[in-house]
Design a protein around this ligand. Structure first.
Ligand code: C5P
Length: 305
């Protein structure tokens, strides 16, 4: 076991789908997507230390929402990685949970990806081995994107990735603290009879905030109406974000229920989050920075004052 720099701290950054077009459906039922993944400087934290036998503990603001240990994606990631490399899993992972569960922010996927990165270090496995990517794909459609946690365009079921340059800007994340199951939202989308959208990936890097807004303005999230039909409060969240001073665009992420608003600066986002929290104390509201450098400190301890 590589114990040189233990314990290892891995940030599990929340992901956003800045747009999400459903472009087709595979014979296995999964939907084909054209989507733009981006990450924020807010998320869960994994602390990985040496131990002869593998174990997982968890706490944090939202750990009561988590499933039992062996159904946790972190546990599954560790065991799938060990099987793939033919080794016995070791080490202790402590998961601090701050991202709402089943919320469209990829929390479980980010945790699984962070576990794969951290365990590759302590088990001395090459993280860029194709077997690690295969394990990520098995664990969930968003896990490959979370492995790198950098902005990327995705096709396939969201697992075929191509990096894309994005600017950094302020963002406010809002969730009503009601979880929404992804398959239910895809089912509601199918029941609505909506047709597929064209794949419409941007052809060049998005180098400025204006470029980003222009790109997103002509794209959308196909699952938004379906999710609102299951959980109408999402429409209230979008309206509240659109009414916030400085919010240039508000949209749902993934299959919801989380929504995000984009702001030119992190200061504007912090101010908007503070006002929204005061108006809607039951909503989970977090200001963050979109596409912050990967070595930037995480903002999970930051609350609107
Ligand atoms: O892969 P993941 O666990 O994130 O997906 C959860 C569920 O969401 C899948 O079982 C599937 O029903 C649905 N899904 C889909 N098409 C995708 C991603 C997810 O139909 N591209």
């Amino acid at each position: 076991m590589g114990q040189g720099r233990l314990p290892i701290i891995e940030a599990a950054r929340a992901k956003l789908n800045l747009y999400l077009h459903i472009t087709g459906r595979r014979p296995d039922g999964y939907h084909e997507l054209d989507t733009l993944f981006a990450f924020v400087d807010f998320g869960d934290r994994l602390t990985i230390s040496a131990a002869d036998k593998f174990s997982l503990t968890q706490d944090g603001d939202l750990d009561a929402q988590l499933p039992a240990e062996d159904q946790n994606l972190v546990w599954q990631a560790a065991h799938a990685l060990a099987v793939s490399f033919g080794i016995v899993p070791t080490g202790h992972i402590h998961l601090e949970k701050y991202i709402p569960v089943a919320s469209g922010l990829g929390g479980g996927s980010a945790d699984a990806a962070a576990a794969l990165r951290g365990l590759c270090q302590i088990w001395e496995l090459p993280v860029d081995d194709s077997k690690v990517m295969q394990v990520a794909q098995q664990l969930g459609a968003d896990v490959p994107a979370c492995l790198g946690s950098t902005a990327s365009l995705a096709t396939g079921i969201g697992d075929l990735l191509e990096p894309l340059s994005l600017p950094s800007c302020g963002v406010v994340l809002v969730n009503p603290m009601i979880s929404l199951a992804t398959p239910l939202v895809f089912q509601a989308w199918r029941d609505s009879g909506a047709g597929f959208s064209p794949a419409h990936p941007p052809q060049q890097a998005l180098t400025s905030y204006d470029h980003l807004l222009e790109c997103l303005g002509s794209r959308h999230n196909d699952l938004e109406s379906a999710a609102i039909s299951q959980l109408p409060v999402i429409a209230d969240i979008l309206a509240a974000l659109r009414g916030a001073t400085g919010c240039a665009l508000a949209r749902m992420s993934g299959s919801g229920a989380s929504c995000f608003g984009l702001f030119q600066t992190s200061e504007l986002a912090i101010e908007a989050a503070r006002n929204l929290s005061a108006l809607q104390p039951k909503w989970w509201v977090k200001p963050a920075t979109l596409n912050a450098p990967l070595n930037a400190p995480m903002g999970q301890d930051r609350d609107p004052e």
